[in-house]
Design a protein around this ligand. Structure first.
Ligand SMILES: Nc1nc2c(ncn2[C@@H]2O[C@H](COP(=O)(O)OP(=O)(O)O)[C@@H](O)[C@H]2O)c(=O)[nH]1
Ligand SMILES: [Mg+2]
Length: 134
């Protein structure tokens, strides 16, 4: 395993609910290093770029509306195997099924509002870091 950099984001529901500190604490407690962070509101064009792989899916419009609905906190984290480690800490996509002890498992209930995003591969991380910090 090598040191990796990954992109994560607290989504608008997480910011609205005051879970930014909770998410950061969990990543920090795991031993990951916070490299960059910025708060912003995503516009439609940026949402379509970020979620390009989901264009055309039935939930896409809902997803774009949600992700542009308020500010997000975008972060870059580094550490050994950081991409997979962040995904593990986040839990499965559907919070209703995500394991207790994960962020989505502990704080989420429905798939439309699952609190956090995390890159799913080193290639996605590079692409997404470029969108948010390029
Ligand atoms: N409403 C709805 N939203 C979904 C569905 N699948 C994915 N999403 C949303 O789209 C985001 C991106 O999906 P995906 O990349 O597959 O999941 P992730 O990598 O775990 O975030 C998810 O985090 C959800 O917010 C679905 O079947 N229905
Ligand atoms: Mg994904």
């Amino acid at each position: 395993m090598a040191v990796e950099n990954t992109f994560t984001m607290v989504k608008p529901d997480g910011v609205r609910r005051g879970l930014v500190g909770e998410v950061i604490s969990r990543f920090e407690a795991k031993g990951l290093k916070l490299e960059r962070m910025r708060m912003l509101t995503i516009d439609r064009e940026m949402a379509e770029r970020h979620y390009g792989e989901h264009v055309g899916k039935p939930f896409f419009e809902n997803l774009v509306e949600f992700i542009t609905s308020g500010p997000v906190v975008a972060m870059e984290w580094s550490g050994e195997g950081a991409v997979a480690v962040c995904r593990t800490l986040m839990g499965g996509t559907n919070p209703a099924e995500a394991a207790p002890g994960t962020i989505r498992g502990d704080f989420g209930l429905v798939i439309d509002e699952n609190i956090v995003h995390g890159s799913d591969s080193p290639a996605s991380a590079e692409r997404e870091l470029g969108i948010f910090f390029g």
